[in-house]
Design a protein around this ligand. Structure first.
Ligand SMILES: Nc1ncnc2c1ncn2[C@@H]1O[C@H](COP(=O)(O)OP(=O)(O)OP(=O)(O)O)[C@@H](O)[C@H]1O
Ligand SMILES: [Mg+2]
Length: 604
């Protein structure tokens, strides 16, 4: 019931037009109640009077009534369809708006395919009901009650007899309703699962192919699809069982009319005109009952779909702007972590940070090092308030980030995430994504700084080259550089690179860094990287361990300290030394075996 009320409330902004549509619908049903009567008169008062004048008079009356009905019907449909379309546009926009502001944790819990199926097929179900199902239900009820009143007033005994099969019909419909609702819910649920399977398979198609698991994936899809078939069949079986039985009851009503009504005419208890009127009137009660099953099915679909939409609309935003949050026009780029504790909502017992302190001055380049899962990405997410500290404070320019509107905060943060994402758009559009007003020159400057300009110019249409979905036509390093150019272009006060150059060769990376040093002068940069060559030149290096800053200092200071950093340093260099020897040995062996591979000197 709650869902029903909420579903109906989608109509609220259009109550004026909806009322108009309901009024027109009432007029249509009103004409339906008059027309059979006029037809009866044509027989009883026209034909039986034996005067053609009377017959023509009633025929014209009938025509006028029917014409009136068609006009109201026409306008009713126009108004109603528009309301339906408007509502559904609003619902889609609302959902999309919500999806934009939901935290990333929402997307982790709800598969993309589920979201897609909700925005498309579930919204459609709501549209069908609010667009016409609801109003037809109302018209049906009106027609049933109005016609019944007339029939009972004409001949209550005959009417009572005719209602017998109708009562059985209602019983069938009732049972049908009880079972068709859950059947539809199962179909929708399965539809969501099927789309998720499909969507994940398509997104991960490279992995699927790389591991030659096409067979497995196909099997998985087939299994979901088979379930879809079963759920669909189950629903159809329910309908197949119910609909013919319903039709039988309709036929029975007419048989009873012929039997009892006919007898009454012969007995002289009822006249022929009334018999004809009756025959027509019966449709006025049959269609509502007959279609009740189908209308209920439409309503059930909408009611099954609605909670799936509400689930998105009601998903908690988690991080909302404080009412008194301020807009920052400018940010110097000073960052401070004051005794920050942080744990993910779903794992409160496994803190990622346990009293972390860190002060980054404007203009400073800070490199963050730490084992996988040590909280590096979480650290930078806290700066942009993608996550929120459980305890303690994160300050930007001396202000608690919670006191700054997210939009203005993020406008000043250029972030190059761990996984570069590019839209299916041109290179230029991808770079200018965060700065729609940027000129072409700005775009090129940013691309040069990110060392992307040269390879862009080698592409067939340069900056106008279309990049496929997820940038599949680019290498990992190229994607990273475009992603970097995008972040540089917004002219950020704080630049965050989360493994942003991990796929770029060391020499290019070095060039990028030198370029960035110039650009980021007077602002703050936080660089996360595993490669020591990347972070060696930072003003300060911090090592995260056990949720706190374990070590901090310059490369030399940390080496001298002989702690965690020194260990990692040793490991990386020793490894690369050993690797070099291994490769050399290997190549020598190949040469000795004379298997055709050259052993020309390689620069290892
Ligand atoms: N959305 C999440 N919900 C719950 N736990 C998470 C979530 N994201 C990360 N974690 C956990 O929090 C810890 C810190 O993750 P984080 O991504 O900050 O690590 P990281 O240092 O960036 O690791 P990496 O070097 O692998 O990128 C990890 O143990 C991880 O398993
Ligand atoms: Mg990370």
């Amino acid at each position: 019931m709650q869902n029903f009320i909420r579903l109906i409330s989608f109509l609220k902004p259009y109550r004026g037009r909806f009322t108009l549509s309901a009024a027109l619908a009432t007029l249509t049903i009103g004409s339906d109640l008059v027309v059979p009567m006029i037809f009866g008169w044509t027989v009883s008062r026209g034909l039986q009077s034996g005067e053609i004048r009377n017959v023509i008079f009633y025929a014209i009356l009938l025509l006028l009534a029917q014409g009136f009905k068609s006009v109201t019907d026409y306008f009713q449909w126009i108004v109603q369809q528009k309301v339906g379309q408007d509502v559904v546009r609003d619902v889609r926009n609302q959902i999309y708006g919500r999806l934009q502001s939901l935290p990333t944790s929402f997307y982790r819990d709800m598969p993309t395919g589920q979201i897609m199926s909700r925005v498309t097929s579930d919204v459609e179900a709501v549209q069908e009901y609010l667009g016409w199902g609801l109003i037809i239900q109302g018209m049906g009820a009106l027609s049933f009650v109005g016609t019944s009143l007339i029939l009972f007033s004409l001949d209550w005994q005959l009417t009572l007899a005719l209602y017998l099969p109708l009562v059985i019909l209602v019983v069938i419909v009732y049972h049908f309703d009880k079972r068709i609702g859950p059947a539809w819910e199962a179909v929708r649920e399965q539809m969501g699962k099927l789309s998720s399977t499909l969507q994940e398979n398509i997104s991960g198609i490279r992995v699927v192919k790389a591991f030659a698991r096409e067979g497995l994936e196909h099997g998985r899809f087939r299994a979901q699809n088979e379930l879809m078939r079963q759920k669909g069949l189950n629903r159809q079986r329910l309908e197949a069982n119910a609909f013919p039985a319903m039709d039988l009851m309709v036929g029975l009503t007419f048989a009873l009319l012929a039997w009892f009504g006919g007898q009454r005419v012969l007995n002289g208890q009822g006249d022929l005109g009334q018999f004809f009127a009756y025959q027509w009137y019966l449709w006025g009660i049959i269609w509502p009952v007959r279609f009740m099953g189908w209308l209920i099915s439409i309503m059930r679909q909408a009611l099954a779909a609605a909670p799936r939409l509400f689930q998105i609309l009601d998903a908690p935003l988690v991080i909302e702007d404080a009412p008194d949050a301020i807009d920052l026009d400018e940010i110097r780029g000073e960052i401070e972590f004051r005794d920050v504790h942080f744990a993910f909502d779903d794992e409160p017992d496994r803190p990622v940070m346990r009293g972390l302190n860190l002060h980054i001055r404007p203009g400073e380049i800070v490199a963050v090092l730490g084992g996988t899962g040590s909280g590096k990405s979480s650290l930078v997410n806290l700066i942009g308030r993608f996550q929120e500290a459980t305890e303690g404070q994160v300050l930007v320019d001396g202000r608690d980030v919670r006191a700054i509107t997210r939009q203005s905060l993020r406008r000043h943060i250029g972030i190059v995430p761990q996984e570069a994402f590019l839209f299916s758009a041109t290179v230029q559009e991808n770079i200018a994504y965060g700065s729609p007003d940027a000129t072409m020159d700005d775009v090129i400057t940013a691309a040069r700084l990110a060392r992307a300009h040269d390879f862009i110019m080698e592409m067939p249409k340069g900056y106008d080259t279309q990049i496929g979905e997820r940038g599949v036509r680019l290498s990992g390093g190229q994607k990273q550089r475009l992603s970097l150019a995008r972040a540089i272009l917004i002219d950020p006060s704080i630049l965050i690179l989360d493994e942003a150059t991990s796929a770029v060769d060391t020499r290019t990376e070095h060039e990028i860094q030198q370029a960035l040093e110039r650009v980021m002068q007077g602002r703050a940069s936080v660089i996360i990287a595993q490669r020591l060559s990347t972070i060696k030149h930072a003003d300060r290096i911090i090592v995260l361990k056990d949720g706190v800053v374990a070590e901090a200092g310059t490369h030399e200071e940390l080496l001298a300290l002989g702690g965690e950093y020194a260990k990692i340093y040793e490991l990386q260099y020793r490894e690369s030394d050993e690797l070099a020897h291994e490769i050399a040995d290997y190549l020598k062996q190949m040469g000795a075996n004379g298997n055709g591979y050259t052993t020309r000197p390689l620069a290892v």
